[in-house]
Write a protein that binds this ligand. Sequence first.
Ligand SMILES: Nc1ncnc2c1ncn2[C@@H]1O[C@H](COP(=O)(O)OP(=O)(O)OP(=O)(O)O)[C@@H](O)[C@H]1O
Ligand SMILES: [Mg+2]
Length: 276
Amino acid sequence: MNDGDNAPLLEAREVSRLFPVRASGGLFRARQMQRAVDRVSVSIRPGEVLALVGESGSGKTTLGRMLLGLTAPSEGAILYKGQDIAARSGAAARDFRRAVQVVFQDTGGSLNPRRSIGQSVALPLVHHRGLDARAAAVEVDALLEQVGLPAAHFRHRLPHELSGGQRQRVGIARAMASNPAVIIADEPVSALDVSVRAQILKLMAELQRQKNLAYLFITHDLGVVRAMADRVMVMHQGRVVESGDADAVLDAPQHDYTRRLLAATPVPDPSRQLQD
Ligand SMILES: Nc1ncnc2c1ncn2[C@@H]1O[C@H](COP(=O)(O)OP(=O)(O)OP(=O)(O)O)[C@@H](O)[C@H]1O
Ligand SMILES: [Mg+2]
């Protein structure tokens, strides 16, 4: 790999996000601010899977939303291909919005309930990739097949006619429709049944390899980290307290907080399930 290939795709440079704390007290009491994310730097390289772990409220989703351009940093900057996303406009801004996609805990549940899943998957093809209706229809079928949903069976269905796991597959297809370079996956399997969870993780791992996607994989599940991630970053109260090679961190956590997190979570090895 040459340097160009290995340059960071998506970076946070010393980003912080402050939110007002809703404190009880007098009307004229000074507004207190909370640092949900506190001077975090991170870079994601092409094809790299970076896991982000940390207890509830540690700032994971806030950091993910800043990397997606959905929440503006209070301090610091988000860079895509070395350029501040806040300074991008026109074609460069469109390229960022196409290339950095999200899969939420229940992305499928955010589908328009009145739109067939084929129509939902077609939208980014038309908007982000400029395909005409005929080309989009062909591509929708290919995407549905790619995420394990036979197109003839599924393209005309409405979201409520699908299981949670199937809806999450549609969410993944919709993210893939933009031909992304990076996917921010915020607890993508937490809402799913354990058996379905392994299938979705396997799908995400396969797509990652096939397309050389980069993932920021936000999870509470250290077993998922073990199975999916190259690197892991641990957040605690808005700050990164530890980061490094995933196996190294899980095998020999340096920070007291990471040790407690590991002690609190048994780490089975789901990689066998993923490799069948
Ligand atoms: N829009 C907002 N307005 C005010 N406070 C917010 C907002 N979004 C997040 N926060 C606060 O910022 C902190 C970090 O929240 P965040 O959602 O990033 O945590 P998280 O690590 O994703 O937690 P979880 O694991 O529960 O999803 C929390 O204290 C939260 O209450
Ligand atoms: Mg969150």
